[in-house]
Ligand binder design. Structure first.
Ligand SMILES: [Zn+2]
Ligand SMILES: [Zn+2]
Length: 472
């Protein structure tokens, strides 16, 4: 959306003239003090929409402007008003901007939903350097707003920064020790060990430096919610953890059982005896990778739990690797509600009548902006989901009538690993930007044919879906 918007702004602009554009957004309260606005659509007026346009200012035709406001604001969208200033430096709001936007903020509050606040932005003429602010409803004051054009960019929180400083400090101390006290052999090796444990997070990723520091930093900042910490989820956490993700929210209400031991890395008989919750087991996997600075929240409940819902909304990426349709449906609904990218993982094994097994693994990412979803894309079956969420008695009747797959579905470690590893590769591509997932993605691997199938997502697009259908 950002690329399209920017290109249209640049196309409309002629030689240094100011230009106006709009984003219409939905917002999402992450916490008491944090609010996120997600653009759902954009408008760049063409020349004929302007009354006059010059390097000193510009005015939209009133009827056009009113049409825009009525179309979008009355449908519950927030408005972001953007214009450009000539030049290539980061622009500052002018006194004219202040006066005009102050009146604009009041006008919107008085004529539309009283909750609406004007967000305004300016860019330099190449649309690379922004400055954003949000006005109060009286138009008397404003606050700064951060602008990002990637799903995975976020301002580093204060806590994260502090941790980094601490890390650097202990590293330099250890180096000092190394330089001054190398004679005592025991002390030397101790210093060396300290170096390895505290200061070597860069060294840990030396073999993936080829992908660049930017990737490593983004992974480092990413918070991933993993729903389902079983056979696929645990491998996924292990692999993505090793790639560089250390902030996790883990959701699963199950405990480790004997039947899990064929496919969960590092799971032990002791864990089975202790009835260790799966979320605690995956937490241990992450903590083995990051001794000190991992943040892992464990939520040993089902996905519908309110606490789980909040955490899902506040994370950067949602990954669902459960064994049933219902939790996947709920994950998709939450992903749509909070506008978070969703990655859905699954495997399937059955045996044909001639005794040859058919094995599949599937990774699906519905498009972030809507278009199709797990339900209308038939990735999951809403009827099955409904049955799974039904009271136990109905469940039994349905199961007896053959409507439900048993949850003891066949599963092997190696197939789960292909699925989990593929998803991690896709996430690396999303974060780096070398994989375009704007239209969504659905990849299926079939074994023993050893064939990859990529669903043509154009055929999945559906405007009538109850869950993801277009709102305007
Ligand atoms: Zn201006
Ligand atoms: Zn849909």
């Amino acid at each position: 959306m950002w690329q399209q918007f920017r290109q249209m702004m640049l196309n409309t602009q002629t030689a240094g003239e100011e230009i106006i554009g709009f984003f219409f957004c939905k917002h999402h309260q992450i916490s008491e003090t944090q609010l996120r606005y997600f653009p759902k659509t954009w408008v760049v007026p063409t020349q004929s929409c302007y009354e006059h346009q010059s390097t000193t200012g510009l005015v939209l035709k009133q009827e056009f402007h009113l049409y825009l406001l009525q179309t979008y604001l009355e449908n519950g969208f927030d408005i972001v008003h953007i214009h450009t200033h000539p030049g290539f430096d980061t622009p500052c709001f002018s006194a004219v901007d202040d006066r005009y936007e102050s009146e604009y903020a009041q006008f919107i509050a008085n004529n539309f939903d009283s909750q609406l606040q004007l967000i305004s932005g300016i860019f330099n003429e190449s649309l690379q350097k922004p400055n954003f602010r949000i006005w109060n409803q009286l138009g008397s004051s404003f606050e700064e707003v951060d602008f990002y054009h990637s799903w995975f960019e976020r301002r580093q929180e204060a806590g994260g920064r502090g941790q980094k400083v601490v890390e650097t400090l202990s590293y330099s101390q250890a180096v000092d020790g190394d330089l001054t006290l190398p004679t005592n052999k025991e002390l030397f090796s101790e210093t060396e060990m300290k170096l390895e444990q505290t200061g070597s997070s860069d060294a840990m990723f030396a073999r993936q430096e080829i992908f660049g520091n930017a990737l490593q930093e983004k992974l480092n900042e990413l918070t991933v919610t993993l729903i389902g910490c079983g056979g696929i989820g645990s491998v996924f956490a292990e692999v993505l953890g090793r790639l560089g993700v250390k902030n996790w929210v883990l959701i699963d209400h199950d405990c480790i059982e004997t039947t899990n031991l064929n496919r969960m890395p590092g799971a032990t008989w002791e864990m089975v005896d202790q009835q260790l919750p799966k979320v605690e087991y995956v937490k241990q996997l992450i903590q083995q990778i990051y001794h000190t600075n991992a943040t892992v929240k464990t939520i040993p409940t089902t996905i519908e739990n309110e606490l789980a819902t909040q955490e899902i909304g506040a994370s950067d990426l949602i990954v669902v690797a459960t064994d049933n349709h219902y939790s996947r449906q709920v994950a998709q609904e939450l992903a749509l509600k909070y506008m978070r990218p969703l990655v859905c993982l699954g495997t399937h094994i059955d045996i044909k009548s001639n005794g040859v097994p058919r094995m599949y693994c599937r990774t699906t990412i519905p498009p972030l902006g809507g278009g199709w979803c797990l339900m209308c894309g038939n990735i999951i079956n809403p009827q099955m989901a409904a049955l799974e969420s039904a009271p136990r008695e109905i469940e039994q009747v349905a199961q007896d009538a053959g409507y439900m797959e048993g949850i003891d579905a066949p599963a092997v470690y190696w197939l789960n690993s292909i699925c989990a590893s593929t998803a991690v590769g896709i996430i690396q591509g999303m974060v780096s930007g070398f994989l375009d997932i704007d239209a969504g993605l659905d990849w299926i691997y079939k074994f023993p044919e050893s064939k990859w199938y990529k669903t043509d997502t154009d055929y999945l697009v559906n405007t009538d879906c109850y869950f993801c259908g277009a709102e305007v």
